[in-house]
Ligand binder design. Structure first.
Ligand SMILES: Cc1cc2nc3c(=O)[nH]c(=O)nc-3n(C[C@H](O)[C@H](O)[C@H](O)COP(=O)(O)OP(=O)(O)OC[C@H]3O[C@@H](n4cnc5c(N)ncnc54)[C@H](O)[C@@H]3O)c2cc1C
Length: 447
């Protein structure tokens, strides 16, 4: 063992310091980002995290916080740094009276959802990576997911975050108060900071009442403008909680990769997965809304939970199916809804012109203008492709990251959507939280 490993072993116990077989820590979920971990250390308490930070600051070594390693922008991939594996901090305590949960950074989203359900409540953030993605990771990336249209992103669920700075200081509002307007809200700044400002050790999150009834439907449309117009109309309906868009190519890929039957007897160019929740008769409410929608070519309704899961699978298996056919360029973007259909139509030929071998896969949380644009068949390191797409996004008034963050993947294009003055303020904030630049060097802000 090296001096560093010995010092860390003293802080957390030798069982929790790993110096061999580190490849799982050094590669991201997509296989696009491959780095090198100097070693990995798995603390069991916030106090141990403070000790680890002091050791690394003194040794001038970077620390990369890692939860489930499901991030899609290379933000948890080390570059010769120490990986801080937070999965041992996995406590989940529900406070049913306050309607809140206090979860350790390493608790998975699925564990928090299950604990909430057991108390007759629910957690508002849901995403296909729920079984591995952690509360710390979702806070650090401000993950949004499948129900953000109505329930909001992770930031909207946050009551408080406990986090340790590289200086050893602990930030937290220390109460479960939902009204606390006493000045700068530092814990909230940590949300979306991608591990660059502080290490999240726990979060206190709001829980919501579980709706008594829900209904799911898969709607088919003859073209994109009809589907986007339907989404724009449905998102004004309070009962609608989910609005997910898929295209024929993606559906065919999911069916092929996952051995699923086609959802309809004939193929349709665009599908919307829609879910309604209500105190009663969600199916009736959804049925009436669908009937009033122009342009619906066919509809499949989930009549029970198993049937709904069957419809959900077409959407949830997109990310995994694309990764099975190659290492994708993952371009998670957002567009103003009026520009959505024309962007999707124009981006295909723009990619084909430069990269005729490319396969473009698109789907997304269309209710919020999100488009997950994935490209396979092109060298993952060919940034010219990302450049073409992200410039088109910015010209259309969109964002280069709808929900996955910036990580190592998108720093180069930050000036398309953030001014030099804003980035200068970010650097000052980073210096105030992490004066030694120990936390996640090279992520979000260029080194
Ligand atoms: C199949 C699939 C579906 C997905 N769907 C969605 C989706 O719908 N919406 C969405 O937003 N994302 C989605 N993602 C992306 C991913 O799941 C989220 O970004 C998630 O928040 C990452 O959590 P994690 O625990 O895996 O974090 P990691 O991947 O381990 O880390 C992500 C970032 O957070 C930092 N970090 C992790 N833990 C901490 C901590 N305790 N303190 C400080 N920083 C920390 C890391 O340094 C890194 O920068 C999906 C991913 C997959 C594979």
């Amino acid at each position: 063992m090296t001096d560093l490993a010995d010092a860390l072993a003293e802080a957390v116990g030798p069982l929790h310091v790993r110096t061999d077989d580190l490849s799982g820590y050094g590669t991201d979920w997509t296989g696009r980002w491959v780095g090198h971990a100097r070693l990995a250390v798995a603390p069991g308490t916030a106090e141990e995290i403070g000790k680890i930070l002091r050791i690394c600051v003194d040794a001038h070594i970077g620390i990369v916080p890692q939860g489930g390693n499901t991030g899609l922008v290379g933000g948890a991939v080390p570059d010769g740094d120490v990986v801080l594996d937070l999965r041992r901090l996995d406590t989940v305590e529900v406070d049913p009276v306050a309607g809140q949960v206090r979860a350790g950074a390493g608790a998975t989203v699925a564990a928090v959802q299950a604990a909430a359900r057991a108390a007759g409540l629910r957690y508002g953030v849901d995403l296909a990576s729920r079984d591995s993605a952690t509360i710390g990771g979702t806070v650090a990336t401000n993950a949004a997911g499948l129900r953000a249209l109505r329930l909001g992103d992770t930031r909207a669920q946050m009551i408080d975050v406990e986090a340790v700075l590289s200086t050893g200081a602990v930030i937290s509002r220390r109460t479960g108060l939902t009204r606390d307007n006493s000045g700068y809200d530092l814990p909230r700044w940590v949300c979306g900071s991608e591990g660059t400002l502080a290490v999240v050790t726990a979060a206190r999150l709001r829980l919501l009442p579980e709706p008594a009834d829900r209904a799911t439907a898969l709607l088919a449309f003859p073209d994109l403008p009809a589907a986007v117009a339907a989404a724009a109309s449905l998102r004004r309906e309070p009962a609608i909680e989910v609005l997910e868009l898929m295209l024929a190519a993606g559906i065919a890929l999911v069916c092929e990769q996952q051995a699923l039957p086609a959802p309809f007897p004939v193929d349709h160019p665009v599908l919307l997965l829609v879910e309604a929740t209500a105190p009663a008769d969600a199916a009736g409410i959804l049925g009436a809304l669908v009937e009033a929608l122009p342009g619906v070519a066919d509809a499949a309704v989930g009549v029970d939970a198993a049937d709904s899961r069957r419809l959900w699978a077409y959407r949830e298996l997109h990310t995994e199916s694309v990764s099975r056919v190659g290492v994708p360029h993952k371009l998670d973007v957002a567009l103003p809804l009026p520009a959505f259909a024309s962007f999707v139509t124009e981006v295909q030929p723009a990619v084909a012109q430069g990269w005729p071998e490319a396969a473009v896969w698109m789907w997304g949380h269309v209710g919020e203008g999100n488009l997950h644009l994935n490209v396979t068949g092109v060298d993952p390191d060919d940034e010219d492709l990302d450049d073409v797409v992200l410039r088109m996004v910015a010209e259309a008034g969109g964002s280069i990251s709808a929900e996955h963050g910036i990580g190592r993947a998108k720093q180069r294009w930050l000036p398309l959507v953030r001014s030099a003055e804003e980035i200068a303020v970010w650097r000052a904030v980073k210096a105030a939280f992490d004066p030694t630049g120990t936390l996640n060097p090279g992520v979000l802000l260029p080194k």
